[in-house]
Design a protein around this ligand. Structure first.
Ligand SMILES: NC(=O)c1ccc[n+]([C@@H]2O[C@H](COP(=O)([O-])OP(=O)(O)OC[C@H]3O[C@@H](n4cnc5c(N)ncnc54)[C@H](OP(=O)(O)O)[C@@H]3O)[C@@H](O)[C@H]2O)c1
Length: 339
């Protein structure tokens, strides 16, 4: 495997992240002390949310806040049943009346995603909020059994497939007064990325930094394309994406220095979870979808991500590669950018 790591790109990544980290601290210190308090949310009681990767980090805290708001929560996780049981006990001890379940999903494996979606559709549960949160970062090179690079599989392709397969129930669950929402947990690092269409799955050359950033850029572009398609089709569903902040979690397991500096310098998972909950439930975001949100503010995503030709190219490539797992559901056309 050829290394495609470019030292100037990696320096840019660290300088950019440090700048974001600094601005976030200043914002939190002086302007955003109150977190979610003061925000107006949609009705939550009895509504159902599904979150991937909700047993640790930002996902766990997001699930916890949604339960505290009275939502029913399904967590998609790759933990063993014994570990899932421990996590369930923890959540149920915090919110004894809550309805929470953990269902197995391995986002590296598209047939597992399909099985999960089929189980969900069979369950008859509604789906008001889907949070595509699970992710990996800077992992060693791995091509999954389906032929996807692991960052692209876990962070991007699996979530596209999950969303597509669950779209019928998401559409049914929303209405014009209270739309259903799909939230993609992306990253500010998408600003530094461009897609390598000639080697989307790093079959020729690999750099973990490039693959992570590319997967996060793909999530932003998917958000914009899917939201446009749902708007054109008059569906009561909004799609947003977020950067949760620089948060100390297991995501940094492949960053050697993070275990020393992360606990002191980075934010707590609750801070990132609050941004996800804001995107999922805030009344401020009910009118229009396709927003990229940082610190409770919708900001412009990168110019690259807004390019409609590139969006269309990614969209077509994505559904072509996912075709083996989604032939039975054809809710999404192969090209939406021109509509
Ligand atoms: N933390 C930050 O500073 C930061 C910044 C920007 C964006 N984000 C994004 O925030 C999201 C949440 O990350 P986090 O910081 O909370 O990290 P985390 O604690 O490591 O959470 C990631 C979750 O994804 C799950 N996951 C990973 N591979 C999976 C697979 N194959 N199948 C099913 N689940 C899988 C993990 O489960 P296991 O641990 O059991 O594998 C874990 O529960 C990610 O999308 C990340 O890119 C985080």
């Amino acid at each position: 495997m050829i290394s495609r790591c470019n030292i100037s790109e990696i320096i840019a990544l660290y300088v950019f992240s440090a700048w974001y980290w600094f601005v976030e601290w200043i914002t939190r210190l002086f302007f955003l002390k109150s977190g979610l308090s003061g925000q107006v949310f949609l009705r939550c009681e009895g509504r159902t949310a599904l979150i991937t990767g909700g047993t640790t980090g930002i996902g766990f805290e997001t699930a916890r806040i949604l339960l505290s708001f009275g939502m029913n929560v399904i967590i998609g996780s790759n933990l063993s049943s014994a570990e899932s049981e421990k996590c369930l006990l923890k959540l149920r001890s915090l919110y004894p009346k809550s309805k929470v379940e953990i269902w197995y999903i391995d986002l590296k494996c598209m047939s597992s995603v399909k099985e999960f979606a089929e189980k969900y559709l069979r369950s008859g549960l509604p789906l008001h909020v889907l949070i595509n949160n699970a992710g990996i970062m800077f992992a060693p090179h791995e091509i999954t059994e389906d032929g996807f690079e692991s960052h692209m599989a876990v962070n991007y392709f699996s979530h596209c497939l999950l969303t597509k397969l669950l779209l019928p129930v998401i559409k049914q669950s929303g209405n014009s007064k209270c739309k259903a929402r799909i939230i993609n947990v992306s990253s500010c690092l998408h600003f530094l990325s461009q897609i390598d269409f000639s080697d989307l799955n790093s079959l020729i050359s690999y750099c973990p930094h490039h693959s992570y950033m590319q997967s996060k850029l793909c999530q932003v572009m998917f958000t914009l394309s899917l939201n446009r398609f749902l708007k054109i089709s008059n569906c009561p569903v909004l799609v947003h994406c977020i950067h949760p902040g620089v948060i100390y979690t297991n995501l940094y397991r492949y960053v050697w220095w993070a275990k020393y500096l992360g606990p002191i310098l980075f934010q707590k998972p609750k801070i990132g979870a609050e941004v996800a909950v804001y995107a999922a439930l805030s009344e401020n975001l009910e009118n229009d979808g396709g927003k990229y949100i940082e610190e409770y503010v919708d900001v412009k995503p990168s110019n690259y991500s807004k390019d409609s030709e590139l969006q269309s190219r990614l969209w077509n490539e994505t559904w072509k590669l996912l075709q083996p797992w989604c032939d039975e559901v054809d809710d999404i056309p192969s090209d939406v950018s021109s509509e």
